[in-house]
Design a binder for this molecule. Structure first.
Ligand SMILES: Cc1cc2nc3c(=O)[nH]c(=O)nc-3n(C[C@H](O)[C@H](O)[C@H](O)COP(=O)(O)OP(=O)(O)OC[C@H]3O[C@@H](n4cnc5c(N)ncnc54)[C@H](O)[C@@H]3O)c2cc1C
Length: 578
């Protein structure tokens, strides 16, 4: 059952919970479902944002980024002034609703490379995080739905996918356009950008024996609707389980050792809660706090930012930083909130001579979606994404270590789009050297955390942007674009001075909202990192973290698929330990 307020839960329930999960996003929704599969386990899922049930705007794929989604479903976070961006702050979007990021995100479904997961194995010393070991979890999570209204032959590899999972995944609904036909034609002519049938096979570079690949984009959309973690894992049947309570509109301020603990190791199973609206900072003396203690485990799934914020508010972090803001350290764990890695983006555009497509009537599109779940509102991003490796003989690798997790990992993603007079490529720097931090401003847990993304603080990343833009220029100057593309609008590293180029990039760099690394896994016994390989917080009892923050280094993908499989595996680890 869903409880809309803390009071509602407290007045109608006096239940003991075995597992308390904080954060009802991707990981939290998966855990709530899997842990409550065992009817003997009582599970409480706590989410700061509202319930997503019946909110149509969250279900229409084409409404994402359209301004039609109410601001209540976002945290409204902003980064600190970014040193590498000349002091500019950037909006840092996070989902604030059941389903978390998956209720508002771009729905791109990419798993990353085999080397990304093999890096997790190396970083944690646990082969259970390797690509090979995680592949069954990808299949467990996914229900791939091949379209029947158009031919999708040759657009995906059937052996790569799962067909019985909960997250619906599909290919673009619309047919290809002149722009995408040309992009595909180009991939047949330019060996650097060869076609690969399915980006989700983990080792696309190895298979194609070239340095880059391109495939039909897959999205977490099914039957014309967004397939978020709450829709798929907290479906009406799951919500009715008598052993699962879901509490929304409730913000966790701190985690605490259980009051009667006699152990020397802090036994952290209590969570402190307040009713709270999105983003409002409450004066500390007005905060009326309630606590709930888990009988077995407290699990933080508040997202990379939310979980590190919560640990720091609780006095679990670097003693020096905590002292500075007047928070008493209950457990000195220096790496909490450190080593944040994140993707950086820059949008490029070219002029083109393509046919102007007929305008879409928004009312008719909505009517079609409502009646049939078809039409222009069923797709979101483009049909093709190009993932590429920077040439291995590029001079930047003589100067700096290649940050990619291995040869199957691309350095750059280009989301290709084009219609009429404009062609675009959204460049994503997938393997940054720059690092950021999450810190707290004060001892008031309702204050927003300090989100420092560290963008462009490492010189490699500026050079990597240059090389990535050159790569995009090579792609769009291929023979298939002759007579179609007429000019590049930059920023062009080959015509601008270094200063001008940097300024243009600093003005436009954005985030891709894929933060990782702030509560990373490391080997048992290692002083580095925040979590043991089984996701327990090092040096304390009773507390795990399960979300994007556990990932040692941002993967070369959009991150939701990684988080789904992290949570699927975590559910098995937790079940196996009781
Ligand atoms: C705008 C945007 C677009 C994206 N596009 C894509 C995409 O196209 N494809 C893709 O693969 N990935 C995408 N992502 C990333 C993807 O959504 C995330 O990787 C994923 O949601 C992370 O899952 P999580 O469980 O770690 O955290 P989340 O899904 O963010 O869940 C965390 C939950 O915890 C709640 N919470 C936080 N703090 C507290 C607290 N103190 N008390 C109670 N609850 C709390 C939050 O409200 C949230 O619901 C996008 C993300 C954003 C923001």
């Amino acid at each position: 059952k869903v409880y809309n307020s803390l009071d509602e839960l407290l007045t109608s329930r006096a239940k003991k919970y075995d597992f308390v999960i904080v954060g009802g996003g991707v990981a939290g929704s998966v855990l709530a479902n899997r842990l409550s599969e065992d009817r003997r386990s009582n599970v409480l899922l706590i989410e700061a944002g509202p319930n997503d049930e019946g909110v149509e705007e969250l279900r229409v794929p084409g409404y994402t980024y359209s301004g039609k989604i109410n601001s209540t479903y976002y945290w409204g976070s902003v980064s600190t002034p970014q040193k590498g961006l000349g002091g500019r702050t950037i909006e840092f979007t996070r989902g604030h609703v059941l389903g978390g990021g998956s209720s508002i995100n771009g729905m791109v479904y990419t798993r990353g490379s085999q080397d990304d997961y093999d890096l997790w194995e190396r970083e944690s010393g646990d082969p259970g995080w390797s690509w090979k070991a995680m592949l069954p979890y990808f299949k467990k999570n996914e229900k791939f739905i091949p379209h029947t209204h158009r031919s999708v032959e040759g657009q995906y590899d059937p052996t790569t996918h799962g067909y019985r999972g909960r997250t619906l995944v599909t290919l673009p609904w619309a047919n290809s356009t002149e722009f995408y036909d040309r992009a595909l034609k180009n991939s047949k002519i330019q060996p650097e950008f060869a076609y690969n049938i399915d980006v989700n096979n983990g080792k696309p570079v190895g298979l194609t024996l070239v340095d880059s690949w391109k495939a039909w984009l897959q999205s977490t959309i099914g039957h014309g609707e967004r397939s978020s973690a709450s829709v798929s894992y907290l479906d009406p049947k799951t919500r009715q389980r008598p052993n699962l309570d879901i509490l929304v509109n409730t913000y966790a301020t701190r985690v605490l050792p259980v009051s009667n603990s006699i152990s020397r190791t802090p036994d952290i199973r209590t969570v402190e809660l307040i009713p709270r609206r999105r983003g409002n900072t409450l004066p500390i003396e007005q905060i009326r706090r309630t606590t709930i203690t888990a009988a077995k485990e407290l699990i933080l799934s508040a997202g990379a930012i939310g979980s590190s914020h919560l640990l720091l508010n609780s006095g679990i972090g670097d003693r020096k930083d905590l002292d500075e803001v007047g928070v008493k350290t209950i457990h000195h764990l220096p790496d909490v909130g450190k080593d944040l890695s994140e993707h950086m983006t820059v949008a490029l555009s070219w002029n083109a001579t393509g046919a102007i497509p007929p305008p879409v009537d928004p009312d008719a599109a909505y009517e079609e979606w409502k009646k049939h779940r078809t039409g222009p509102l069923v797709d979101l991003v483009g049909q093709q994404v190009l993932w590429a490796r920077l040439p291995s003989d590029s001079p930047i690798f003589k100067q700096y270590k290649d940050p990619a997790s291995g040869p199957t990992s691309p350095h750059v993603e280009l989301t290709l789009s084009g219609s009429g007079a404009g062609v675009g490529a959204f460049i994503v720097l997938l393997t940054p050297h720059s690092r950021g931090t999450i810190k707290i401003r004060s001892n008031n847990p309702t204050e927003e955390p300090l989100i420092d993304l560290g963008f462009l603080t490492h010189p490699f990343d500026i050079l990597a942007f240059k090389e990535s833009i050159r790569l995009a220029k090579r792609f769009y100057s291929g023979p298939a674009w002759e007579g179609y593309i007429t000019g590049f609008n930059g920023p062009d590293p080959d015509t601008l001075s270094d200063e001008e180029f940097l300024k243009r990039v600093q003005e436009s760099t954005g985030s891709f909202y894929h933060p990782a690394g702030v509560t990373k896994i490391s080997p048992k016994g290692s002083k580095k990192g925040v979590l043991d390989p089984d996701l327990r917080v090092k040096g304390v009892k009773g507390l795990r973290v399960v979300d994007a923050g556990i990932i040692p280094y941002v993967p070369t993908s959009h991150t939701q698929a990684s988080v789904y499989v992290i949570a699927e595996r975590a559910s098995d680890l937790i079940k196996a330990s009781w």
